[in-house]
Design a protein around this ligand. Structure first.
Ligand code: MG
Length: 401
């Protein structure tokens, strides 16, 4: 079913002057980023674009027709030049005191959009800056995206509770980001893994913002998982109750298994993902050279040629598990975490996340060596799980991953 964006004009696409009437070309000025983001929306998403605007008394002596059209036509042609074409331009010309049904938030102009089965209004949005836009969304059975202008101040907490406002923002770019998430549902997974040795609960959101709540009972391990979250942009809640009175082995291994399982669940059929990701993590200026040579030759260079610390991570959510590991640790433990468990963590992760992972870290400082590796791993994951809104295919010639 078709979806629409009903977009307000004044205060949303173009700036509204103090007298609230754009009746000359000199008064025409676009809201920052409106053109860029509308062009992105028009190109990437399948919403019909509908402009909907109240123009008080248009056609009367207070707002003659010929003073309205130059700025309106210029605005439409500028947007058209960027690929933004409106299917419909709905203009109500009444004054507020007339209380017409066509004046927003009335739905008198929206008849064809409200015909049964014509549009998926629940997945359509009104984008505007005033409470009338939010009320229009309610009256249409849609949701509102409110772009702040000075007129937004009239929105009360009560309005925010009762009106279907999906997003309030100052920035058109956030409108794009929000609509992007609406193209496909967020990729979530919950895994509860219980054995005689450990009890682990994982809540994962691959489309998060880097929020972590992690408790494994091992401070340094928590710190590493925190790096994974921060640098990959996932949200992760992870609680592990393990048999630490014996040693750290089961807790780290089972955390990795549960985390990998959550990745597999959340990625689903992997539709639209980048699939591959790699990252070369620099720790000082000498790394610029190494990054150019990373793919072909990094392992053939001696470490003296570059910086102290060289780390790279490459990942493929291929459906097959494999780990290539090049990192030697000389200390037995870092903090409370045994260094021999680092390899085991990633091996266990690849087993349940069903990914191919290539990790390489060289450094003098052991703490740096593993921290850099987790950051590089996180950055590689971030690239690999990224979805392309324009290409929803499964990234394999086999058709399945
Ligand atoms: Mg407005």
């Amino acid at each position: 079913m078709k979806k629409a964006l009903f977009i307000d004009r004044d205060g949303t696409i173009i700036l509204e002057p103090p007298d609230e009437q754009i009746d000359s070309l000199e008064k025409l000025e676009f809201v920052p980023r409106a053109i860029t983001v509308l062009a992105q929306i028009a190109e990437e998403f399948d919403y019909e674009l509908v402009m909907a605007t109240n123009q008080d008394g248009l056609g009367t002596s207070s707002f003659p027709e010929d003073t309205f059209h130059p700025a309106q036509n210029k605005m439409v042609s500028v947007l058209q030049g960027e690929g933004v074409v409106f299917n419909d331009i709905l203009i109500d010309r009444s004054f507020p005191h007339e209380n017409t049904t066509t004046r927003k938030p009335g739905t008198g102009m929206f008849g064809k959009y409200m015909e049964k089965g014509a549009y998926n209004l629940a997945e359509s949005f009104v984008i505007g800056d005033r409470i009338t836009d939010a009320k229009l969304a309610r009256n249409l059975g849609s949701q509102a995206i409110i772009l702040h202008s000075k007129h937004t101040n009239s929105l009360t907490d009560d309005d925010r509770r009762t009106l279907p406002i999906a997003l309030e923002t100052q920035d058109w770019r956030e409108v794009y980001a929000f609509l992007l998430t609406r193209q496909a549902p967020m990729r979530l997974a919950e895994v509860h893994r219980t054995t005689n040795e450990t009890d682990i609960l994982v809540k994962l959101n691959l489309d998060g913002t880097g929020k972590a709540r992690i408790h494994t009972g091992l401070g340094f391990f928590d710190h590493l998982l925190d790096q994974l979250v921060r640098h990959s942009g996932i949200d992760l809640e992870l609680t592990a109750h393990g048999d630490l009175h014996i040693d750290e082995h089961h807790t780290i291994e089972d955390t990795a298994l549960a985390l990998g399982e959550a990745f597999t669940k959340a990625l689903g059929d992997k539709r639209g993902i980048t699939r591959y990701g790699y990252y070369l993590l620099p720790m000082d200026e000498a790394l610029a050279e190494a990054s150019v040579e990373f793919v072909e030759q990094v392992s053939e260079h001696s470490s003296e040629q570059f910086s102290e610390i060289r780390t790279h991570a490459a990942i493929d959510f291929s459906g097959r598990n494999w780990l290539v590991w090049k990192a030697d640790f000389k200390r037995e433990k870092i903090g409370d975490t045994p260094t021999e468990m680092f390899h085991h963590f990633f091996k266990s992760f690849t087993d349940t996340a069903k990914c191919t992972l290539n990790l390489h870290s060289v450094a003098d400082n052991e703490h740096h060596k593993i921290e850099a590796l987790f950051k590089a791993f996180a950055r590689a994951v971030k690239v690999a799980i990224r979805r392309d809104a324009r290409n929803n295919a499964i990234p394999s010639t086999k058709g399945v991953l």
